[in-house]
Design a protein around this ligand. Structure first.
Ligand SMILES: [Zn+2]
Ligand SMILES: [Zn+2]
Length: 504
């Protein structure tokens, strides 16, 4: 079906002619798309009109004039980010990218603009900072409770803050002091402030974030270097909690995070034909230097395992398995009885147990590659003893340990796995009691560095730890699903870690 195309010619005061043709509606901005041209004579204008009408009927569109803010909204809606990444990225977008670039048109952004932004952030994360000293004003109104007012205190505070928001003195993106801070500054109970914040959040006026200060809802206005917040009449720096600005350089890794959001967004803009240029290709975010973290020594690891064992056999075994298998914490939580083959000395790692919004989900491992790991005879004996104990307890009540029961569970029949956060917490407690700095990630780090130090090659070490590209998938095709080197790795780690513990 031919597209609707209407056009006209008008003469400008200068005497030349302007040609304009309607070419549909921009699905994003909802504005009419017009193809335009100018001509010196009426005859030329007629020719231009014919040409533009033809182009419009063929579906030509000028590049979108959507802004970066619009692009980020559209991109964030479709980006495949997991829950925690989404939270982080939306924070970067709200606090930094939109105030810095949101007002710019997508097709006008060039690499140097991004380089300038990265350089600014590297010096100071505050976009309004020019490097010269200034006071960070906060336009928090003076909160006064009227004793004659019959309404509850929180209601009065909510009203004062709402007025400040509606009058614009508290602008979108502004950060409010935290509950305790505001309470101390204005001498009003924390309970009253909390109620008021809850009411403002319910009305969509502020965004409250767990463990952080609330921010004013809405898109922050463009923040250019040197742009300072103006203070209203009767502003009281002391009560508002204004402070002299201290520069906080943004970490290189954070700037890289911002760069990667922009890369994704511009790639999408290109796919959507909003622009034919991707400025993030030429922009250079600062490089991060990774300092190797020294691995915990076998002695120290053994100390924590002994401490964990003293707390519970399950916790001791859990931490032992972390270091001798290098398995991720959620993978270990997701391990079921049928995943362990004690006769052949094998462990099948196929799932990662994650808890989101209070809901536990058993999902494919991080790299979507299930893998078989060798477990040494000592570890097999530890697991066997642990399972015997569970089976005996269950037999006493006439129950059996099912094949799909979880290895680590806090209920008698082992039907529900440990929450990985709980495991982290318990390991942290044991490490603190043993006075050793070690967490589950550190345990995996120990596995990797000790294997490499022990002469095991990177490929096999990576395969054991479940890093993609380690060749783990090909191993499944062998009669013994683990190579001989993994058998040696398992035995080596067990010997190394138990050799230095005084027990057993
Ligand atoms: Zn001030
Ligand atoms: Zn600064």
């Amino acid at each position: 079906m031919p597209r609707v195309a209407k056009g006209y010619i008008e003469q400008l005061p200068s005497g030349s002619f302007r040609v304009s043709v309607y070419a549909g509606t921009d699905p994003l901005t909802r504005r009419a798309i017009r193809l335009k041209a100018t001509a010196k004579t009426e005859q030329q204008a007629q020719i231009e009109l014919g040409r533009l009408l033809k182009e419009a009927s063929e579906g030509r569109r000028p590049e979108s004039n959507a802004t970066i803010a619009k692009l980020l909204d559209e991109y964030a809606a479709i980006a495949e980010w997991d829950v925690s990444t989404r939270q982080t990225n939306e924070g970067f977008i709200r606090r930094t990218i939109k105030p810095a670039l949101g007002h710019l048109e997508v097709r006008k952004v060039r690499g140097p603009i991004l380089d300038q932004l990265y350089a600014r952030l590297k010096r100071c994360g505050d976009l309004s900072c020019t490097g010269r000293p200034f006071t960070e004003h906060r336009n928090v109104p003076v909160l006064v409770l009227n004793p004659r007012d019959r309404r509850p205190a929180w209601h009065q505070i909510t009203e004062t803050l709402t007025e400040a928001i509606q009058s614009g003195s508290l602008a979108p993106g502004d950060e409010l002091p935290s509950i305790t801070e505001l309470s101390a500054l204005q001498d009003i109970g924390t309970g009253v402030i909390r109620r008021a914040f809850e009411a403002l959040a319910a009305d969509g006026l502020i965004l409250t974030r767990r463990g952080q200060s609330p921010v004013m809802a809405g898109t922050a206005a463009a923040m250019l270097p040197g742009a300072r917040k103006r203070t209203g009449p009767g502003h009281d720096c002391r009560r508002a909690g204004c402070r002299p600005h201290v520069c906080h350089p943004m970490k290189a890794s954070t700037i890289r995070g911002i760069h990667s959001i922009l890369s994704g967004a511009f790639a999408a803009a290109q796919r959507w034909e909003w622009t034919d240029r991707n400025p993030t290709r030429s922009a250079k975010p600062p490089t991060t230097i990774r300092r190797p973290i020294p691995a915990t020594s076998p002695d120290d690891v053994a100390k924590v395992i002994a401490e964990a064992r003293g707390r519970s056999a399950a916790l001791g075994l859990y931490l032992w398995l972390v270091v001798v298998t290098g398995v991720r914490r959620g993978e270990l939580c997701g391990l079921q009885i049928r995943d362990i083959d004690l006769d052949r000395g094998l462990m099948h790692v196929a799932f990662n147990y994650v808890v989101r919004g209070g809901q536990g989900v058993r999902k494919d491992t991080k790299t979507h590659q299930d893998r078989w790991l060798a477990i040494d005879p000592d570890t097999c004996a530890l697991i066997a003893a642990y399972l015997d104990e569970i089976r005996t307890e269950l037999a006493a009540v006439g129950a059996e340990l099912r094949d799909d029961a979880y290895l680590f569970s806090n209920d008698p029949a082992h039907t529900r796995p440990w929450n990985p956060d709980w495991a982290t917490h318990k390991v942290a407690e044991a490490a603190a009691a043993a006075e050793v700095k070690l967490d589950i990630k550190g345990g995996r780090h120990y596995t990797a560095s000790q294997l490499l130090a022990g002469g095991f090659d990177l490929r096999n070490t990576a395969a054991r730890l479940g890093h993609s590209g380690g060749g783990a998938t090909t191993l499944r095709h062998y009669a013994d699903p683990v190579p001989e080197v993994d058998r040696r790795a398992a035995a080596y780690l067990a010997r190394l870690t138990s050799g230095s513990t005084s027990q057993d």
